[in-house]
Design a protein. Sequence first.
Length: 112
Amino acid sequence: MRSRLPLSPQRASRGGPSRGLRELASAPILSRPAETDQRPLLLDSRAVAELLDLGRTKVFQMMSAGELPVVRIGRCVRVPRSGLESWIASRTENSEVRDDRRPTFRWGATNS
């Protein structure tokens, strides 16, 4: 049995009938430039659950209820990273105590 050695992108076959290494691929496989962001733009349920530290079931419920922003591509449902970041920012509360949270009536307190 012949051993299979990894091929360079220039020497890879383009599919079709077996032609072996006689024909070079017309275009080499290019990688992303180093300065671009490597994070995906759309997140699946597993990635969202991991980022939010929630279970996948809860993420599915939030996606189907319209609580999370989603993008539908065929049967795939994804959450845009930028939409998730803005969703988190819109639900983040300030750490200061607001006046409307203080109780207005206390049991046993006298009115002075």
